[in-house]
Design a protein around this ligand. Structure first.
Ligand code: ADP
Length: 184
């Protein structure tokens, strides 16, 4: 049974690594960013409400995110385990997740913090070229990360749930570091 939360700045490689590891563990990779992008593409009500926040590099309001995550973790395929990527992204989401997991009688193994220096992040994101990846939006996403998401590093470290992994190394080296976390 593997349940992990991936933390790290945009461009740290969370998505790539979470997807690989989830596949190896045969559990779903739950990326709130992916769920939101698919809602935007399908022009659902959620997608239409979320789009402007995403385009500007702002967090989508919790009111739109929390039910979405609650629903996803309640689905059948998420019962054998999961990797959460992009959630929680602020302290109130982290508290919501604690309450939710208590309610559904689940717990997680640890929180993986993928560590990558800022200058590397900006270069990687510019290379990626997603719709919300122009330099101004990237800088804004980084400042939102610093202000709202990075406090979660201390939040989880204080609870001895944090494991840091150097994300500034080749993809397969990051992967093997992560493999060691799930199979110590
Ligand atoms: P990245 O890791 O590159 O920042 P994501 O795919 O995780 O990209 O997220 C893209 C966008 O989706 C974010 O900039 C934000 O607007 C929105 N988003 C994703 N997850 C959350 C969340 N948990 N809370 C609020 N907004 C979110």
């Amino acid at each position: 049974m593997v349940r992990l939360i991936f933390l790290g700045p945009p461009g740290a490689g969370k998505g790539t690594q979470a997807q690989l590891l989830a596949k190896n563990c045969s559990i779903p990779h739950i990326s709130t960013g992916d769920i939101l992008r698919s809602a935007v593409n399908q022009q659902t009500e959620l997608g239409m409400k979320a789009q402007s926040y995403m385009d500007q590099g702002e967090l989508v309001p919790d009111a739109l995110i929390l039910d979405m995550v609650g629903d996803r973790l309640g689905q059948d395929d998420a019962q054998p385990g999961w990797i959460l990527d992009g959630f929680p992204r602020n302290v109130s989401q982290a508290k919501f997740l604690d309450d939710l997991l208590e309610k559904i009688e689940q717990s997680y193994d640890c929180v993986v913090n993928l560590d990558v220096p800022d200058e590397i992040i900006i270069a990687r994101l510019l290379e990626r070229g997603r719709k919300d990846d122009n330099e101004e939006v990237i800088r804004h996403r980084l400042s939102v990360y610093r202000e709202q998401t990075s406090p979660l590093i201390d939040f989880y470290r204080d609870r001895q749930q944090l494991v840091s992994v150097n994300g500034n190394q080749p993809v397969d080296e990051v992967s093997s570091a992560l493999e060691q976390i799930v199979q110590p």
